[in-house]
Design a protein around this ligand. Structure first.
Ligand SMILES: [Fe+2]
Ligand SMILES: [Fe+2]
Length: 364
């Protein structure tokens, strides 16, 4: 039997299997089967075993895949027991967040790459109509972001309805026109903070789509990304826009922006706890070296990790008065060097699901 560059999902949770398959199909062909079916003749390169209701059947699937040398990710409630019998299988809890499941799965796919190039959003030159559409949506989103940040700076009330409207526009633009065209559309913005917020939200929208997140989760992710630096609306302009590196004292002021932003949103009505978490913690690092609270490891929620990756990548590839933007590949290599401060699995998923649609020349 031959091994093909496909993913097989064996699952007794059809809904979860379908959501995983939708995200995987951005990268390679994927097939879902029920646990009672048999192993296809064309063997997959990678398999997921998600059979929590029948431990015997789950064990049989893991053994069968192991015998055929198929890299396997098992979702299980009995990780310890099964992990002992088949050590090559990666295991995650059955209730692990879907972003973690997908990031682990994409890692396995990477490790079994058969030389075939993945095909998510092959970079292609956008048509004039697509570019014009992205530019008109960028103007709308820009006006909304400007209003929200100016209100935050002036101490006026903010409403979730207003930020949601801006987030909707960004989701629509990125899904209609692609992340590459979105970045090009916002590149000319003269307000660096607003451009950065639109850019991070765009990356988050593309990441969420690539991960196959449902619309409500994509909204939450993109909204949090859009607002992550809201606290900078209260940082003195001479520090915020300083055309050079900050002194340690200025840096200390700048580093108050996550707490300021979270406090500002907490004082408003209707902003959810996850958005507040992203705003407060987007500069935390997995090894505890970040700020403001020095959170480490599992204390940093998934949503925060996703936005942190979008934020750093965006910052490195933006122009600053004192340095040129880094090409995307170099920025990504630099971020891989930051592991274990950043989440390695999510970084690889970001590369595969978002960056492959952006040729360096187009936006660097
Ligand atoms: Fe920030
Ligand atoms: Fe930022």
């Amino acid at each position: 039997m031959t091994q093909t560059n496909t993913v097989l999902i064996v699952s007794d949770r059809p809904q979860l299997a379908a959501l995983l398959a939708r995200a995987v199909e951005n990268v390679v062909a994927c097939r879902c089967i029920e646990p009672g079916a048999s192993l296809p003749a064309a063997l997959p390169a990678v398999a997921v075993v998600d059979v929590s209701r029948n431990a015997t059947l789950a064990r049989a699937w893991v053994a069968r895949l192991h015998a055929s040398r198929i890299a396997t990710l098992q979702l299980t409630n009995q990780a310890a027991a099964i992990g002992r019998t088949v050590s090559a299988t990666r295991t995650l809890r059955a209730d692990a967040p879907r972003t973690v499941v997908l990031a682990t799965l994409f890692n396995l796919i990477d490790s079994r790459r058969t030389g075939e190039r993945p095909v998510p959003g092959e970079p292609s030159v956008p048509s004039a109509a697509t570019a014009a559409r992205a530019e008109s949506l960028a103007r709308v989103a820009d006006a909304m972001v400007t209003r929200v940040f100016e209100a935050a700076g002036a101490g006026r009330a903010l409403t979730p309805a207003e930020t949601d409207a801006g987030t909707e526009v960004i989701l629509e633009a990125v899904s209609e026109c692609g992340i590459r065209t979105w970045l090009e559309a916002i590149e000319r913005h003269d307000q660096q903070l607003y451009q950065h917020s639109l850019s991070v939200a765009g990356y988050a929208a593309a990441f969420g789509t690539g991960l196959g997140l449902p619309r409500a989760d994509r909204m939450r992710l993109a909204r949090a990304a859009l607002l992550h630096d809201l606290g900078k609306a209260r940082i003195p302009l001479e520090i915020l826009n300083k055309p050079g590196r900050l002194t340690p004292a200025e840096m200390a002021v700048m580093q108050t922006h996550p707490a300021i932003g979270a406090d500002l949103l907490r004082d408003q009505e209707g902003f959810d706890a996850q958005t507040l978490q992203v705003v407060r913690h987007h500069h935390e690092m997995l090894d505890g070296s970040g700020y403001p609270d020095g959170l480490a490891g599992a204390a940093i929620p998934d949503l925060v990790r996703l936005v942190t990756i979008c934020d750093i990548h965006s910052a490195l590839t933006e122009r600053r008065p004192y340095r040129d933007p880094l090409p995307h590949r170099e920025a990504h290599a630099l971020m891989l060097d930051m592991v274990p401060r950043l989440d390695a699995d999510l970084l690889r998923a970001f590369e595969r699901l978002v960056l492959q649609a952006i040729p360096d020349a187009a936006v660097a």
